[in-house]
Design a binder for this molecule. Structure first.
Ligand code: GH3
Ligand code: MG
Ligand code: MG
Ligand code: MG
Length: 322
Protein backbone atom coordinates (compact mmCIF):
# COMPACT_ATOMS: atom_id res chain seq x y z
CA UNK A 1 0.00 0.00 0.00
CA UNK A 2 1.58 3.35 -1.09
CA UNK A 3 0.39 5.33 1.96
CA UNK A 4 2.02 2.96 4.45
CA UNK A 5 5.20 2.99 2.36
CA UNK A 6 5.39 6.74 2.69
CA UNK A 7 4.59 6.57 6.39
CA UNK A 8 7.28 3.97 6.81
CA UNK A 9 9.73 6.17 4.95
CA UNK A 10 8.88 9.12 7.20
CA UNK A 11 9.33 7.01 10.29
CA UNK A 12 12.65 5.76 9.00
CA UNK A 13 13.81 9.32 8.28
CA UNK A 14 12.73 10.42 11.76
CA UNK A 15 14.73 7.55 13.27
CA UNK A 16 17.80 8.47 11.24
CA UNK A 17 17.59 12.09 12.36
CA UNK A 18 17.13 11.08 15.96
CA UNK A 19 20.11 8.76 15.75
CA UNK A 20 22.20 11.39 14.05
CA UNK A 21 21.45 13.92 16.78
CA UNK A 22 22.69 11.49 19.38
CA UNK A 23 25.98 10.84 17.62
CA UNK A 24 29.01 11.85 19.61
CA UNK A 25 32.65 11.65 18.70
CA UNK A 26 35.30 10.17 20.89
CA UNK A 27 37.49 7.17 21.51
CA UNK A 28 36.51 4.52 24.00
CA UNK A 29 38.62 1.85 25.67
CA UNK A 30 36.33 -1.12 26.20
CA UNK A 31 37.12 -4.21 28.27
CA UNK A 32 34.76 -7.18 28.16
CA UNK A 33 35.60 -10.87 28.05
CA UNK A 34 32.13 -12.12 27.18
CA UNK A 35 31.70 -12.02 23.42
CA UNK A 36 27.89 -11.95 23.77
CA UNK A 37 27.89 -8.82 25.96
CA UNK A 38 30.65 -7.24 23.87
CA UNK A 39 28.66 -7.77 20.69
CA UNK A 40 25.65 -5.84 22.06
CA UNK A 41 27.76 -3.11 23.64
CA UNK A 42 29.97 -2.57 20.60
CA UNK A 43 26.91 -2.16 18.40
CA UNK A 44 25.48 0.51 20.74
CA UNK A 45 28.75 2.40 21.10
CA UNK A 46 29.59 2.30 17.42
CA UNK A 47 26.12 3.45 16.43
CA UNK A 48 26.67 6.42 18.73
CA UNK A 49 29.59 7.34 16.48
CA UNK A 50 32.33 6.31 18.91
CA UNK A 51 35.62 4.74 17.97
CA UNK A 52 35.99 1.70 20.21
CA UNK A 53 39.11 -0.29 21.07
CA UNK A 54 37.82 -3.55 22.52
CA UNK A 55 39.96 -5.86 24.64
CA UNK A 56 39.11 -9.14 26.34
CA UNK A 57 42.01 -8.81 28.76
CA UNK A 58 42.53 -6.01 31.27
CA UNK A 59 46.30 -6.27 30.94
CA UNK A 60 46.15 -5.58 27.22
CA UNK A 61 43.63 -2.80 27.79
CA UNK A 62 45.95 -1.16 30.31
CA UNK A 63 48.74 -1.28 27.78
CA UNK A 64 46.54 0.40 25.16
CA UNK A 65 45.50 2.99 27.76
CA UNK A 66 49.09 4.08 28.04
CA UNK A 67 49.41 4.48 24.30
CA UNK A 68 46.31 6.42 23.26
CA UNK A 69 44.15 9.25 24.53
CA UNK A 70 40.70 7.94 25.48
CA UNK A 71 37.55 9.90 26.19
CA UNK A 72 36.07 7.08 28.23
CA UNK A 73 37.02 3.73 29.72
CA UNK A 74 34.18 1.20 29.82
CA UNK A 75 35.19 -1.83 31.81
CA UNK A 76 33.62 -5.11 32.76
CA UNK A 77 34.40 -5.82 36.39
CA UNK A 78 34.93 -9.55 36.23
CA UNK A 79 37.45 -10.26 33.50
CA UNK A 80 39.45 -13.44 33.14
CA UNK A 81 43.21 -13.10 33.35
CA UNK A 82 45.89 -11.83 35.70
CA UNK A 83 44.34 -8.37 36.01
CA UNK A 84 40.66 -7.94 36.85
CA UNK A 85 38.43 -5.04 35.87
CA UNK A 86 38.83 -3.76 39.44
CA UNK A 87 42.59 -3.91 39.03
CA UNK A 88 42.37 -1.95 35.82
CA UNK A 89 40.23 0.73 37.46
CA UNK A 90 42.58 1.18 40.40
CA UNK A 91 45.67 1.24 38.17
CA UNK A 92 44.12 3.95 36.00
CA UNK A 93 42.99 5.97 39.01
CA UNK A 94 46.45 5.78 40.55
CA UNK A 95 47.77 7.54 37.46
CA UNK A 96 44.79 9.82 36.83
CA UNK A 97 42.97 10.61 40.06
CA UNK A 98 40.95 13.27 38.27
CA UNK A 99 37.61 11.71 37.34
CA UNK A 100 36.72 14.45 34.88
CA UNK A 101 39.92 13.87 32.97
CA UNK A 102 39.62 10.09 32.62
CA UNK A 103 36.03 8.93 33.14
CA UNK A 104 35.40 5.25 33.86
CA UNK A 105 32.11 3.44 33.42
CA UNK A 106 31.94 0.06 35.15
CA UNK A 107 29.76 -2.74 33.78
CA UNK A 108 28.92 -5.64 36.05
CA UNK A 109 26.54 -8.52 36.42
CA UNK A 110 26.62 -8.25 40.21
CA UNK A 111 24.95 -5.04 41.13
CA UNK A 112 24.41 -5.38 44.87
CA UNK A 113 24.92 -2.15 46.79
CA UNK A 114 28.14 -3.28 48.52
CA UNK A 115 29.76 -4.05 45.18
CA UNK A 116 28.64 -0.73 43.73
CA UNK A 117 30.01 1.22 46.70
CA UNK A 118 33.30 -0.61 46.36
CA UNK A 119 33.48 0.40 42.71
CA UNK A 120 32.81 4.05 43.50
CA UNK A 121 35.48 3.95 46.20
CA UNK A 122 37.90 2.58 43.62
CA UNK A 123 37.13 5.61 41.48
CA UNK A 124 34.61 4.70 38.78
CA UNK A 125 32.42 7.58 37.68
CA UNK A 126 29.34 5.55 36.95
CA UNK A 127 27.97 2.05 36.84
CA UNK A 128 25.76 -0.06 34.56
CA UNK A 129 24.46 -3.54 35.32
CA UNK A 130 24.08 -6.42 32.94
CA UNK A 131 22.11 -7.15 30.88
CA UNK A 132 22.74 -3.68 29.50
CA UNK A 133 19.83 -1.58 28.28
CA UNK A 134 20.59 0.47 25.17
CA UNK A 135 18.93 3.71 26.35
CA UNK A 136 20.80 3.57 29.66
CA UNK A 137 24.15 2.95 27.97
CA UNK A 138 23.55 5.86 25.61
CA UNK A 139 22.56 8.21 28.43
CA UNK A 140 25.46 7.36 30.74
CA UNK A 141 28.11 7.18 28.03
CA UNK A 142 26.98 10.50 26.51
CA UNK A 143 27.03 12.22 29.89
CA UNK A 144 30.50 11.01 30.76
CA UNK A 145 31.99 11.82 27.37
CA UNK A 146 30.44 15.28 27.09
CA UNK A 147 31.64 16.13 30.61
CA UNK A 148 35.14 14.99 29.76
CA UNK A 149 35.20 16.93 26.51
CA UNK A 150 33.91 20.05 28.22
CA UNK A 151 36.60 19.63 30.87
CA UNK A 152 39.26 19.35 28.13
CA UNK A 153 37.97 22.50 26.47
CA UNK A 154 38.05 24.44 29.71
CA UNK A 155 41.59 23.28 30.37
CA UNK A 156 42.74 24.24 26.88
CA UNK A 157 41.11 27.66 27.21
CA UNK A 158 42.66 28.23 30.58
CA UNK A 159 46.07 27.34 29.18
CA UNK A 160 45.51 29.67 26.25
CA UNK A 161 44.41 32.58 28.48
CA UNK A 162 47.40 31.99 30.73
CA UNK A 163 49.72 32.16 27.73
CA UNK A 164 48.10 35.34 26.48
CA UNK A 165 48.47 36.89 29.92
CA UNK A 166 52.01 35.71 30.66
CA UNK A 167 53.83 35.12 27.37
CA UNK A 168 54.92 37.82 24.96
CA UNK A 169 53.39 36.83 21.64
CA UNK A 170 56.18 38.22 19.46
CA UNK A 171 59.21 36.64 21.11
CA UNK A 172 57.65 33.71 22.99
CA UNK A 173 59.45 34.94 26.12
CA UNK A 174 57.66 35.74 29.36
CA UNK A 175 56.18 39.22 29.42
CA UNK A 176 56.42 41.85 32.08
CA UNK A 177 53.20 40.70 33.82
CA UNK A 178 54.82 37.43 34.70
CA UNK A 179 57.70 39.15 36.49
CA UNK A 180 55.52 39.90 39.50
CA UNK A 181 54.77 36.19 39.85
CA UNK A 182 57.91 34.32 38.74
CA UNK A 183 60.55 36.99 39.23
CA UNK A 184 59.59 37.83 42.78
CA UNK A 185 59.24 34.16 43.60
CA UNK A 186 62.76 33.44 42.35
CA UNK A 187 64.11 36.30 44.47
CA UNK A 188 62.16 35.24 47.55
CA UNK A 189 63.52 31.70 47.31
CA UNK A 190 67.05 32.89 46.72
CA UNK A 191 66.79 35.19 49.75
CA UNK A 192 65.26 32.53 51.96
CA UNK A 193 67.71 29.74 51.13
CA UNK A 194 70.56 32.12 50.37
CA UNK A 195 71.55 30.55 47.07
CA UNK A 196 73.10 32.66 44.27
CA UNK A 197 70.86 34.41 41.81
CA UNK A 198 72.00 36.50 38.87
CA UNK A 199 70.34 38.89 36.54
CA UNK A 200 71.29 39.74 32.96
CA UNK A 201 69.74 42.73 31.23
CA UNK A 202 70.03 42.88 27.46
CA UNK A 203 69.38 45.92 25.31
CA UNK A 204 69.61 45.55 21.53
CA UNK A 205 71.97 48.11 20.03
CA UNK A 206 70.69 50.79 17.65
CA UNK A 207 67.42 49.02 17.23
CA UNK A 208 65.66 52.20 16.17
CA UNK A 209 68.05 52.33 13.25
CA UNK A 210 67.17 48.75 12.27
CA UNK A 211 63.50 49.73 12.19
CA UNK A 212 64.26 52.89 10.23
CA UNK A 213 66.43 51.08 7.68
CA UNK A 214 64.56 47.78 7.24
CA UNK A 215 61.04 48.55 8.41
CA UNK A 216 59.11 47.74 11.53
CA UNK A 217 58.11 44.24 10.36
CA UNK A 218 61.72 43.25 9.87
CA UNK A 219 62.40 44.77 13.28
CA UNK A 220 59.77 42.41 14.69
CA UNK A 221 61.41 39.43 12.98
CA UNK A 222 64.74 40.40 14.49
CA UNK A 223 63.22 40.53 17.98
CA UNK A 224 61.51 37.17 17.43
CA UNK A 225 64.84 35.64 16.38
CA UNK A 226 66.61 37.03 19.45
CA UNK A 227 63.79 35.68 21.64
CA UNK A 228 64.10 32.23 20.09
CA UNK A 229 67.86 32.25 20.58
CA UNK A 230 67.42 33.17 24.26
CA UNK A 231 64.90 30.40 24.79
CA UNK A 232 67.32 27.91 23.22
CA UNK A 233 69.97 29.04 25.68
CA UNK A 234 67.83 28.82 28.81
CA UNK A 235 68.13 26.13 31.42
CA UNK A 236 64.98 24.75 33.02
CA UNK A 237 65.21 27.08 36.03
CA UNK A 238 66.05 30.22 34.03
CA UNK A 239 63.45 32.84 33.41
CA UNK A 240 63.68 34.92 30.21
CA UNK A 241 61.51 38.01 30.01
CA UNK A 242 60.83 40.61 27.36
CA UNK A 243 61.02 43.52 29.68
CA UNK A 244 60.34 46.32 27.21
CA UNK A 245 60.46 46.84 23.44
CA UNK A 246 64.01 45.61 22.72
CA UNK A 247 64.98 45.11 26.34
CA UNK A 248 65.24 41.57 27.61
CA UNK A 249 66.03 40.14 30.99
CA UNK A 250 67.29 36.81 32.25
CA UNK A 251 66.80 35.77 35.85
CA UNK A 252 69.22 32.97 36.65
CA UNK A 253 68.68 31.14 39.95
CA UNK A 254 71.67 29.13 41.27
CA UNK A 255 74.00 31.04 38.97
CA UNK A 256 77.01 32.90 40.38
CA UNK A 257 78.19 36.27 39.07
CA UNK A 258 81.17 34.64 37.33
CA UNK A 259 78.92 32.12 35.58
CA UNK A 260 76.41 34.82 34.66
CA UNK A 261 79.16 36.94 33.10
CA UNK A 262 80.31 33.92 31.13
CA UNK A 263 76.78 33.23 29.95
CA UNK A 264 76.26 36.88 29.00
CA UNK A 265 79.49 36.74 26.97
CA UNK A 266 78.19 33.64 25.21
CA UNK A 267 74.88 35.32 24.44
CA UNK A 268 76.64 38.46 23.21
CA UNK A 269 78.57 36.33 20.70
CA UNK A 270 75.45 34.40 19.71
CA UNK A 271 73.53 37.61 18.99
CA UNK A 272 76.42 38.92 16.94
CA UNK A 273 76.52 35.68 14.93
CA UNK A 274 72.73 35.50 14.58
CA UNK A 275 72.36 37.94 11.64
CA UNK A 276 68.56 37.60 11.52
CA UNK A 277 67.15 38.49 8.09
CA UNK A 278 70.78 39.11 7.12
CA UNK A 279 71.05 42.04 9.49
CA UNK A 280 74.18 42.76 11.51
CA UNK A 281 73.02 42.81 15.12
CA UNK A 282 74.62 43.45 18.49
CA UNK A 283 73.42 44.00 22.03
CA UNK A 284 74.70 45.47 25.29
CA UNK A 285 74.61 43.51 28.53
CA UNK A 286 74.41 44.40 32.21
CA UNK A 287 75.08 41.61 34.71
CA UNK A 288 74.58 41.54 38.49
CA UNK A 289 74.25 39.01 41.23
CA UNK A 290 72.49 39.04 44.56
CA UNK A 291 75.20 39.39 47.23
CA UNK A 292 75.02 36.26 49.38
CA UNK A 293 73.81 36.87 52.92
CA UNK A 294 72.05 40.11 51.97
CA UNK A 295 68.31 40.20 51.32
CA UNK A 296 67.83 41.81 47.93
CA UNK A 297 64.68 42.80 46.09
CA UNK A 298 64.36 42.32 42.34
CA UNK A 299 64.05 46.09 41.82
CA UNK A 300 67.36 46.76 43.57
CA UNK A 301 69.22 44.29 41.41
CA UNK A 302 67.45 45.56 38.33
CA UNK A 303 68.66 49.12 38.97
CA UNK A 304 72.25 47.90 39.22
CA UNK A 305 71.94 45.90 35.98
CA UNK A 306 70.33 48.86 34.25
CA UNK A 307 73.30 51.08 35.15
CA UNK A 308 75.65 48.42 33.82
CA UNK A 309 73.78 48.43 30.49
CA UNK A 310 74.23 52.21 30.23
CA UNK A 311 77.92 51.79 30.90
CA UNK A 312 78.10 49.13 28.17
CA UNK A 313 76.39 51.53 25.76
CA UNK A 314 78.75 54.36 26.73
CA UNK A 315 81.78 52.17 26.30
CA UNK A 316 80.80 51.45 22.69
CA UNK A 317 77.99 48.81 22.86
CA UNK A 318 78.26 45.08 21.98
CA UNK A 319 79.76 44.29 25.35
CA UNK A 320 79.12 42.90 28.81
CA UNK A 321 79.47 45.07 31.92
CA UNK A 322 79.16 43.63 35.42
P1 GH3 B 1 70.57 51.92 21.83
O1 GH3 B 1 71.71 51.22 21.17
O2 GH3 B 1 71.02 53.11 22.59
O3 GH3 B 1 69.80 51.00 22.69
O4 GH3 B 1 69.61 52.42 20.69
P2 GH3 B 1 68.19 51.90 20.32
O5 GH3 B 1 67.82 52.45 19.02
O6 GH3 B 1 68.16 50.42 20.41
O7 GH3 B 1 67.32 52.43 21.52
P3 GH3 B 1 65.99 53.25 21.59
O8 GH3 B 1 65.46 53.06 22.97
O9 GH3 B 1 66.23 54.66 21.14
O10 GH3 B 1 65.02 52.59 20.56
C1 GH3 B 1 64.37 51.41 20.79
C2 GH3 B 1 63.49 51.17 19.59
O11 GH3 B 1 62.84 49.91 19.66
C3 GH3 B 1 62.42 52.18 19.44
C4 GH3 B 1 61.15 51.40 19.19
O12 GH3 B 1 60.43 51.87 18.08
C5 GH3 B 1 61.65 50.03 18.91
N1 GH3 B 1 60.71 49.00 19.32
C6 GH3 B 1 60.18 48.79 20.55
N2 GH3 B 1 59.34 47.75 20.52
C7 GH3 B 1 59.33 47.28 19.26
C8 GH3 B 1 58.64 46.20 18.62
O13 GH3 B 1 57.86 45.44 19.21
N3 GH3 B 1 58.86 46.00 17.29
C9 GH3 B 1 59.72 46.81 16.59
N4 GH3 B 1 59.90 46.56 15.32
N5 GH3 B 1 60.37 47.84 17.18
C10 GH3 B 1 60.18 48.08 18.50
MG1 MG C 1 33.39 -10.75 32.44
MG1 MG D 1 66.20 50.29 24.98
MG1 MG E 1 68.41 49.55 22.39
Amino acid sequence: HPKTDIEELFNQAARFIEEDERRISGRVLYVEDSSVVAHVMLRILERLGLEVDHFTSATEAYEAFGQHAYDLVVSDILVEGEMSGMGLVSRIREKFPDKARVPILAVSGMDDITRRMELFRLGVNDFISKPVVEEEVIARVSNLISNKQLFDQVRAQRRHLYELAMIDQLTGLYNRNSLAEFGNKAFAESNRHDFPLSLILIDVDHFKQINDTHGHLTGDEVLAAVGEMLKQNCRKEDFAVRFGGEELMLILPHCSLEDAIERAEGLRREIHELKPSGIELTASFGVTSRPLGVETAMEELFRVADKAVYQAKDAGRNRVVA
